[in-house]
Ligand binder design. Structure first.
Ligand code: PAD
Ligand code: ZN
Ligand code: ZN
Length: 375
């Protein structure tokens, strides 16, 4: 019996309060309105950005259904939707691409004006909500809310992918892979023969390494305080890895010595103020480019001596690797299917959706790269 046009009751992981475990609840998911799409989720990754919300470092309205790195199949569409149809395999996009705004029309930018990252209301574009639980409205997150068996997204926040794509893998294109790969290739524009340093070897940092290698970097130095991350980084293309705790001096000085004055491209993929400054300082003072990838706590500021930039450094940031997702996500999925991108190596754990709290514990204790939850 078709569920189109009806409210669907299903399981979702609801975050009722900060710093509390997710609770698996029966939620009601309203049908999609005009220009909206309801998706049956098949798989979702767990990203540190979801954990930043749980911690209170990334402020959103509660209660909320998190998750922004998923893949699924379209269950039904609202009036006017032309981009996808029921049965299509899709990836929800946490950075929408409306295609019409000044940002979408800019060749280098992806922060669509419809994104509203600086004011995350936790609603659909029309300002209303499709989730409820025990009679209470539950907020959306990042236009995606993939920690639910069914979710509703705006048409500008979803893209169709190859019907043969393995959803339990390519879900990572929804965040980690796009963010890391795009940060190297699109934001930093890593050049052949260059030297790169990558601070933070989680799912996103390792994706930066994949991008640096694809762009032809000659030397890629991984930096992490967890040595267990080094083997995978080297498998993916890091030429060496260092632990800042092994040195008496600041790691930017170590990196400058290792590279004869500083790296060409540095990436902060942790989300901390101190490492952001280290990453900026380790790139060459005359031509180095530093890309901020990690999401620092919304409330924290950084004091920087402007002389760090005076001599020629470039300091950049971007969400989702600066990629226009409707264009790039299907392309990256195709590259993965053609074995041009070793995505499999990022997935260290697979768990049933109900074990979501276990998945977060694995991330917090540094045991996982990416855990994929299966519905
Ligand atoms: P992760 O927690 O899997 O990886 C972070 C890594 O940093 C771990 O391996 C840690 O051991 C390491 N680390 C922690 N502290 C230090 C330190 N002081 N020095 C060196 N290494 C350290 O996270 P992730 O890969 O899922 O995400 C990384 C960051 O990127 C995080 O802040 C997340 O919110 C952000 C992100 N940004 C975007 C974007 O659009 N810009 C998208 C997705 C994720
Ligand atoms: Zn993410
Ligand atoms: Zn736009």
């Amino acid at each position: 019996m078709s569920t189109a046009g009806k409210v669907i009751k299903c399981k979702a992981a609801v975050l009722w309060d900060l710093k509390k475990p997710f609770s698996i609840e029966e939620v009601e998911v309203a049908p999609p309105k005009a220009y909206e799409v309801r998706i049956k989720m098949v798989a979702t990754g767990i990203c540190r950005s979801d954990d930043h919300v749980v911690n209170g470092d990334f402020i959103v309205n509660l209660p909320v259904i998190l998750g922004h790195e998923g893949a699924g199949i379209v269950e039904s569409i609202g009036d006017g939707v032309t981009a996808v149809k029921p049965g299509d395999k899709v990836i929800p996009l946490c950075v929408p691409q409306c295609g019409e705004c000044i940002v979408c029309k800019h060749p280098e930018a992806n922060n669509c004006v419809k994104l509203g990252l600086t004011n995350p209301k936790g609603t659909m574009q029309d300002g209303t909500i499709r989730f409820s639980c025990k009679g209470k409205p539950i907020h959306h997150f990042a236009h995606t809310s993939t920690f639910s068996e069914y979710t509703v997204v705006d048409e500008i926040s979803v893209v169709k992918i190859d019907a043969a794509a393995p959803l339990e893998k390519v879900c990572l294109v929804g965040c980690a892979l796009s963010t890391g790969y795009g940060s190297a290739v699109k934001v930093a524009k890593v050049t052949p023969g260059s030297t790169c340093s990558v601070f933070g070897l989680g799912g996103v940092g390792l994706s930066v390494i994949i991008g640096c290698k694809a762009a032809g970097a000659a030397r890629i130095i991984g930096v992490d305080i967890n040595k267990d991350k080094f083997a995978k980084a080297e498998e993916l293309g890091a030429t060496e890895c260092i632990n800042p705790q092994d040195f008496q001096k600041p790691v930017h000085e170590v990196l400058k010595e290792m590279t004869g004055g500083g790296v060409d491209f540095s990436f902060e993929v942790i989300g901390q103020i101190d490492t952001l400054l280290e990453a900026l300082s380790c790139c060459h003072e005359a031509f180095g480019v530093c890309v901020m990838v990690g999401a620092t706590p919304s409330s924290e500021n950084l004091s920087v001596n402007p002389r760090l930039l005076f001599t020629g450094r470039t300091w950049k940031g971007a969400i989702l690797g600066g990629l226009k997702c409707k264009d790039s996500v299907p392309e990256l999925v195709a590259d993965i299917m053609a074995n041009k991108i070793p995505l499999d190596l990022l997935i260290t754990h697979a768990l049933p959706f109900e074990k979501i709290n276990e998945g977060f514990d694995l991330l917090r204790c540094g045991k996982s790269i990416r855990t994929v939850l299966k519905f």
